[in-house]
Design a binder for this molecule. Structure first.
Ligand SMILES: [Ca+2]
Length: 207
């Protein structure tokens, strides 16, 4: 656990075109229950995800160090199981939460979302980052425009040179269609830029 990290006011990482990386020491952890600081006060909070497959609902809960609770709920069908990963993707000193919901459908694909907590008077609310990619002209291949353009099979946080990046794992449907045979796996590493996810790197593999 990383206690005592610097508390930075929420929002520092959200100026358009300028992302501040605070080197906050937010741990990259994965599971259905995490203990990380999503509120930015330097104290660990309890984050948990629960799939109610009878009600077709996925709930993400927050209980902060002082006992305040906040819930985020998706009510959709198809989803079978969910997993959370923490990281500081906006660089503001508070943990962001990557939520991967897997379906029962073909190829085990699902839906990736990135959530963060915003403080409001007396409480907290969950927010979700837009699922928009920012294309990178230095990458010489077709790039997806939104998360909905990819067949997502996984989502996690990786660290490169002290920065946290969102890594999405996808099925390369172009390859699938061309060969009509096996599918090829694709990784997409991206950084939050205030108005979207800049594709920093993408290519085959990464699983
Ligand atoms: Ca906290």
């Amino acid at each position: 656990m990383f206690y005592g990290c610097t508390a930075v006011s929420a929002g520092i990482g959200f100026q358009a075109g300028r992302t501040v990386y605070a080197q906050s020491g937010i741990a990259i952890e994965t599971g259905t229950v995490l203990q990380v600081d999503v509120t930015g006060d330097g104290r660990s909070d309890r984050i948990r995800v629960f799939d109610n497959n009878d009600a077709l609902r996925t709930s993400v809960g927050l209980t902060d160090a002082s006992g305040a609770e906040a819930w985020f709920e998706y009510e959709e069908d198809m989803w079978a199981s969910s997993v959370l990963t923490s990281g500081d993707l906006s660089g503001n000193g508070a943990a962001d939460i990557v939520l991967m919901r897997y379906s029962n459908g073909m190829h085990g694909t699902g839906s990736a979302s990135v959530l963060f907590v915003e403080e409001v008077p007396g409480s907290f609310i969950w927010r979700e980052y837009p699922k928009v990619f920012l294309p990178n002209p230095a990458i010489d291949r077709e790039q997806p425009k939104t998360f909905d353009d990819i067949q997502c099979r996984g989502a996690t946080v990786i660290e490169k040179e002290g920065r946290h990046y969102l890594r999405l794992l996808a099925i390369d449907m172009e390859y699938f269609v061309e060969t009509g045979d096996d599918y090829q796996e694709l990784y997409i590493d991206c950084s939050w830029q205030g108005d979207g996810w800049l594709i920093e790197d993408m290519g085959e593999g990464g699983w």
